[in-house]
Structures are given as structure tokens and as C-alpha cells.
Design a protein around this ligand. Sequence first.
Ligand code: GAR
Length: 196
Amino acid sequence: MKNIVILISGGGSNMAAIVRAAQRDHWARTLGARVAAVISNRADAAGLAYAREQGIATAVLDHTSFGSREGFDAALAALIDRQDPDGQPALVVLAGFMRVLTPGFVRHFEGRLMNIHPSLLPAFTGLHTHARALAAGCKFAGVTVHLVTAQLDEGPILAQAVVPVLGTDTAQTLAGRVLTQEHLIYSRAIASYLRA
Ligand code: GAR
């Protein structure tokens, strides 16, 4: 079985959409894959309760209890690897995991570390993507799924979706429109990756 480990920091709506897609499309049978665990760097991440309800193993690794970024990332990599009884997981999915990862961590999971970023990369890397798209006068915005490389919000693009920016939009309304697309494309990108 190909094991998927999902990392979250908050609401976990992308994680929930992936779990629903895995159930709806019978990934265990059709892809030989399952969501093995959900890990959060925050104990209060709302998505943890959903994962538990679905019978998925969960774990919390609090980044504030580590003295260095490298120390946290090394512990996180070890924790992720422990979630797969057969060794290292087939895929690590960042779903609203709000941590900048060290080169060592990225190297450890190279080629099987995926991220979703709420902009049309390479535009608007980093934070506050929707406010920045509005301030720039963009007529379209969107979301990107990509493989993670050592450079923040870069790496081979696997999928994108575009939404219109409306004259009445606030960062919040635009974020909502983009999030609806995130929930559609992330599970599709994961399924394509696992099928390849
Ligand atoms: C999503 O919009 C995701 O694209 C974004 O955080 C949100 C998490 O929502 N990720 C980033 O900004 C990463 N740089 P969720 O917890 O409900 O999935």
C-alpha cells in the first residue's frame, strides 16, 4: 500500500477534501493508496478532529518546543517516516502547513513532497497572496499544486486552477473562490502523481 502523510497547521479543509476523494474514488482499490496519517505542528489545528473521526492516525509536533528549525524538521521527518510500517511514505502532502522547511527536510522527501499554494505561481510566492493579487489589479487569480524544492513556493508545477477576480472582491471573498478550486485540484493532482 502506498501511504500518504498529510501535514496541516489549521482548518485542514484541503486535507478533508483529499480524504473525501480517497473514500469516494476508492483509492485503496484503484490506486493502492491510503491516507495513513495527518500531522499538525499545532495542537489546536481544527483539522485534527476531522481526521480522527475518519479513523486516520494523527500526531502533533509542536514547533515551539524546538530550539531550531533544523531540530524541528529532523524530528518531523522521523515522525513522518514512522507513520509508514513499510518504511518511508510514498507521498508527503503539505495542506496549509504554514512552516518554511529546511533544505535537509526537502532533500529527505525529494520528489515525493507536494504543496498547494493559493496563487498562480510563479506569481505571489509567500503570504497574503489574495490581498497582493487585488492590490496588483489582477483580473484572474488561482491556485497551484507543485512538487517542493528547497526554494520557497517553487518547484515543478503539477496542476493549476484559475478564477476571475471580481470588482467587488475582498481578500476574503477571493480566498473563498480560490479555496473551492483547491479542494478540486489537490486530490486530482495526488491521484495523477500516484498513478504515474
Ligand atoms: C489554503 O488556502 C492553502 O492553499 C494555504 O493555506 C490554506 C489552508 O487551508 N497554504 C498556504 O498559504 C501555503 N503557503 P486549509 O487548512 O483549510 O486547507
